[in-house]
Design a protein around this ligand. Structure first.
Ligand code: ADP
Ligand code: MG
Length: 702
């Protein structure tokens, strides 16, 4: 069997051998030539410049020093406490070098009276600067690097002990480039390379590791980032095309039921945005292809009604529809809201959640299988294996970020008859996602956006109060309740400090109960049984209780139009998108609504930006953008499990322009050459195929 050059195991590279190869695999997941080649340095340093010890300040991240070792000492005893220290002196001062590990390996190298080159991160301890685990080399053996930019590779203590510190890894990469440079295959077409004036692939990789100068490095980074985004986009678009070709969709054309509803029962005029997205969806439903569409719209933009109208189309055409929500509370609310309309239209509708009784379930299962039940609303319970449909035509998933891709896929197989095409899928999210992120996360979905709130909504007034002014806030709440309104008070509940957070919640509840003895109060949190939660929620919905004390379980979707104030305690502990979601719980009725953010005086810089942003704007997309910049995409809801954001070089927040170019290029390419069959695209096709086989975008260079 012929192995491809870059699939060669690392043990066969000059300077590696079996032991080091094993260690590289274990510690850094580097197994093949290709892995090493794409183990890019995470930064470059100027190793031609030396600093004077006297000029070091705490602002220096890394420094290179030249000096004499004047003292070497082994301090402390016992494995844990032992450390090796050495004093390094130049004409301007002294620093201390410290090792806690690998002492037996470093100590023999340190000779008093000799000159050394030292590199590391200085930290001030008392009055003397201290460098822990520096790189160190005898001046006599030091070779000035050829270029000013030396690569810095991530490595581990175990590898360092084997001589594979950053420098050691650099040597391996150099060895590899010596034998492999000419073999690195091009992955883009001449056309794309010419259009963006990219440097060739092999040159880009070489410059990425050992740049001749900053400009070359920049060119390398630009090309490799582009390529990373480009192939992710291409893969997503390719999947979409394949799906459209292989998965037929039922044609759902008839709209008689929709018209009946529209003319007789619709309680308000649809916004133009709602009308537009319904048209977009309808077009999909008639297309004969399976729909996979993301419906995004800010909180309160009326996504539920859009979903219901689409469900009516499905039913009108003899199919069934389901709506899946992430929590029981939400499922309950959707059910109650939609049942009213369904009853008027004489459409059968039911609810299925984790707490549905077995007897109930049995009936529901049977009715779904026979096609007697037209609409089913529920939670994850809908995915369970024994839920089978006679003919599921449309599946709506609310608040997508809580569902993974796998769950979406599970819904495709819900029809009893395998002859039937998979249902059309509409995914709704109220977490506005910046366009670029949506492209990457949901690159295989089509996107519709409701960018308009129903008329007559008064913008929510957002205010920031410090802890100390809590009494003022309570006074304000009392006035609102006297006006007939209801109030939410939300406490943070963060996993790491759960016990303490529950205590805060309970303390908070007690102090609120003391402050408002005249009003009934509800409390809802995650440790309550679903039925109890539900009961409390219903009391609040029915306006029996005036204050709802809760954790973020009420974050998503809950709709109580009479609630006009959202108080968020310890607001600095919430992420921006979460704050925005919470705020979206009010402002749903005709009255002026308020969001009050309470924090202590000690706000971090980032905490302050979050609070200020909330006070300044209620535009969900603007907030999402700032959130992305503050947190980086890794923290955004839903990105973790998606895996697509495992980028090696690119940064979704910072590289939006490159990402957009890559997306556009991929689209244009597939427009022109849908099967990537043209000779000029052979490199692209080959690389895409290897990605699809290997799973990882970067693991192979071929
Ligand atoms: P979200 O998009 O956050 O899911 P909902 O679907 O819960 O929003 O709608 C929020 C509220 O707005 C609901 O009470 C709903 O009945 C109402 N609503 C939806 N569309 C309109 C409209 N076109 N005009 C007035 N009110 C609307
Ligand atoms: Mg909703």
């Amino acid at each position: 069997m012929q192995t491809y050059f870059f699939d060669t195991k690392l043990e066969y590279l000059k300077g590696v051998g079996t032991q080091k190869a094993n260690l590289l695999g274990l510690e850094l997941q580097l197994f093949t030539f290709a892995d090493l080649l794409t183990h890019y340095p995470f930064r470059h340093e100027d190793r031609t410049k030396f600093y004077n010890i006297g000029e070091i300040t705490e602002d220096y991240p890394y420094v290179q020093l030249k000096g004499k070792i004047i003292e070497v000492q082994l301090v402390g005893s016992g494995e844990k406490k032992k450390r090796l220290t050495a004093k390094l002196q130049d004409d301007t001062g002294i620093v201390e070098l410290v090792w806690f590990q690998g002492i037996q390996w470093v100590q023999p190298k340190l000779k008093k009276g000799y000159e050394y080159i030292v590199f590391g991160k200085p930290q001030l301890f008392g009055r003397i600067f201290n460098i822990a685990h520096p790189e160190i080399e005898l001046f006599l053996e030091h070779k000035t690097p050829e270029t000013a930019l030396s690569p810095v590779y991530s490595t581990t203590e175990k590898l360092k002990k084997r001589g594979l510190d950053s420098k050691g890894i650099g040597i391996l990469v150099k060895n590899l480039l010596e034998i492999g440079y000419d073999k690195i295959p091009e992955t883009l077409s001449n056309e794309i390379i010419a259009k963006y004036k990219f440097i060739p692939k092999n040159e880009a990789i070489k410059q990425m590791h050992f740049p001749q100068n900053p400009k070359k490095l920049h060119q390398a980074v630009r090309r490799l980032k582009f390529e990373e985004f480009f192939f992710i986009q291409l893969k997503l678009l390719w999947q979409k095309t394949v799906r459209q070709h292989t998965h037929q969709g039922q044609i759902l054309k008839s709209t008689a039921l929709l018209t009946q509803f529209y003319n007789n029962h619709l309680p308000f005029d649809l916004t133009n945005a709602q009308k537009r997205v319904i048209k977009e969806i309808y077009k999909d439903l008639c297309s004969g292809k399976q729909m996979n569409r993301l419906l995004q719209g800010d909180v309160g933009s009326g996504k539920t009604m859009v979903a219901f109208i689409c469900m009516l189309i499905a039913i009108d055409n003899g199919t069934q529809a389901c709506l899946m929500a992430p929590t029981e509370i939400l499922a309950e609310q959707h059910y109650n809201g939609l049942k009213e309309y369904a009853d008027k239209l004489k459409i059968t509708i039911a609810k299925l959640t984790g707490s549905s009784k077995t007897s109930e379930r049995k009936i529901i299962h049977q009715m779904l299988r026979q096609g007697d039940l037209k609409i089913i609303i529920g939670t994850h319970a809908l995915i369970e294996e024994d839920v089978v449909f006679h003919n599921l035509g449309l599946c709506v998933i609310d608040e997508q970020h809580r569902f993974g891709v796998a769950q979406r896929a599970a819904l495709w197989k819900k029809n009893e008859s395998k002859e039937l095409p998979p249902p059309h899928v509409l995914v709704m999210t109220a977490t506005p996602i910046p366009r670029t992120l949506a492209m990457t996360l949901y690159g295989d979905l089509d996107v519709s956006t409701i960018d308009e709130l129903p008329a007559g909504r008064k913008p929510i007034q957002t205010m920031h109060f410090y802890d100390a002014n809590r009494l003022k806030v309570f006074g304000f709440l009392r006035k609102q309740i006297q006006l007939g309104r209801q109030v939410y008070i939300v406490y943070p509940l963060i996993e790491e400090s759960e016990a303490l957070d529950y205590k805060n919640l309970m303390d908070g509840y007690e102090s609120i109960a003391r402050a408002f003895p005249e009003y009934p109060i509800s409390i809802v949190h995650g440790q309550m049984k679903p039925q109890d939660k539900d009961f409390e929620m219903q009391r609040f919905v029915k306006n029996e209780t005036k204050i709802m004390v809760a954790t973020t379980v009420i974050e998503v979707g809950v709709n109580v139009p009479n609630a006009s104030v959202m108080v968020i305690e310890d607001a600095q502990r919430f992420g921006l998108s979460q704050l925005h979601q919470l705020r979206g719980r009010v402002g749903r009725g005709a009255e002026q609504s308020y969001c009050i953010l309470i924090t202590n005086y000690k706000l971090s810089k980032e905490g302050k930006i979050r609070i200020d942003t909330m006070v300044r704007t209620s535009n969900g997309f603007e907030i999402a953008d700032i959130d992305l910049k503050l947190r980086g995409p890794g923290d955004l809801d839903g990105t973790q499990q998606s895996g697509v954001l495992d980028l090696r070089l690119g940064d979704i927040a910072k590289d939006q322009i490159i990402l957009q170019e890559a997306r556009k290029t991929a689209e244009e390419l597939l427009d022109k050459d849908p099967n990537l069959a043209l000779p000029e695209n052979v490199f692209i096709k080959r690389h895409l195929t290897s990605i699809q086989q290997g799973g990882k975008v970067w693991s192979r260079i071929s």
